[in-house]
Design a protein around this ligand. Structure first.
Ligand code: UDP
Length: 244
């Protein structure tokens, strides 16, 4: 049950209604499809509103250069890239600090899902491309990549599902659009991407851009967890629909 202070905070918030009419805990329209790139060992698309992520998986294959190899296990390597035409103001092509950061946190979010111990000295490459971006691209990329890894037949302990939760002034909302991410009134916007693992229920990604109290953060994580359970069902359904 929500406490009195909780209610007061919501009443006073300057963000009372979502621009696209969604409920505060409602995801954007989601589409998920597995097996979209025939040349890849595994591939998937995850679309959330106007954000689209495409993931392709190649491997396991021998890792070069040799000094990077681990004789005890294979490794996961993620490369995230936003296409130059994906946003309104053209993005400079090629890697940058943001894409390097997102590649790394995506790798960490997905690593606990896979078991690469059968593939020493090898690498599983995951390429995430964003042809269209309207916020939440890192979480859409994780969702697509988790499906693509399963599609590639990589041994998996569990699936990863991710969503960006946010605080707009004092209101906690799920799956922010870019318009929401740019909200500036009151306390402004806090963006909190989270990733939950399906079996262990562990958090494998938690980032925070903005300000939030511990109480609000706990509420945001709880909402994120519920949204991730919903996303997991969508991913599982898409994986069951593979025709080959
Ligand atoms: N964005 C942009 N140009 C850039 C990087 C990001 O227009 O060079 C937009 C894009 O819509 C992206 C959003 O800003 O989805 C939020 O970016 P952020 O770094 O917070 O990561 P994301 O929410 O996409 O995971």
């Amino acid at each position: 049950m929500r406490g009195f202070t909780d209610k007061m905070a919501e009443e006073k918030s300057k963000y009372t209604k979502r621009a696209d009419g969604r409920k505060f805990d409602e995801l954007r329209k989601v589409e998920a499809k597995v097996g979209i790139i025939p040349e890849a060992d595994g591939s998937a698309m995850y679309k959330s509103g106007d954000t689209i992520a495409i993931a392709s998986v190649f491997g396991p294959r021998t890792l070069h250069p040799q000094h990077m190899q681990n004789p005890e296990t294979g490794i996961l390597r993620v490369n995230y890239d936003m296409m130059s035409f994906s946003v309104y103001e053209r993005k400079r092509p090629g890697p940058n600090r943001r894409s390097q950061e997102i590649s790394k946190v995506t790798e960490w979010a997905l690593a606990p899902c896979v078991d690469l111990s059968e593939f020493p000295n090898s690498v599983v490459d995951v390429f995430i491309e964003i042809p269209q971006a309207d916020a939440g691209t890192r979480v859409a990329g994780i969702n697509a990549a988790a499906m693509a890894l399963a599609h590639a037949g990589i041994p998996m302990k569990e699936l990863a599902s991710a969503v960006a939760v946010g605080k707009l002034d004092k209101t906690i909302v799920v799956d922010l659009s870019k318009e929401e991410e740019d909200f500036e009134e009151g306390e402004g916007a806090t963006d909190i991407p989270v990733c939950f693992l399906s079996r262990s229920k562990k958090l494998s990604l938690l980032q925070l851009d903005g300000k939030i109290s511990t109480e609000e953060l706990n509420k945001a994580i709880e909402l994120g967890k519920k949204a991730c359970e919903e996303i997991n069902k969508i991913q599982t359904k898409a994986l069951k629909e593979i025709k080959e």
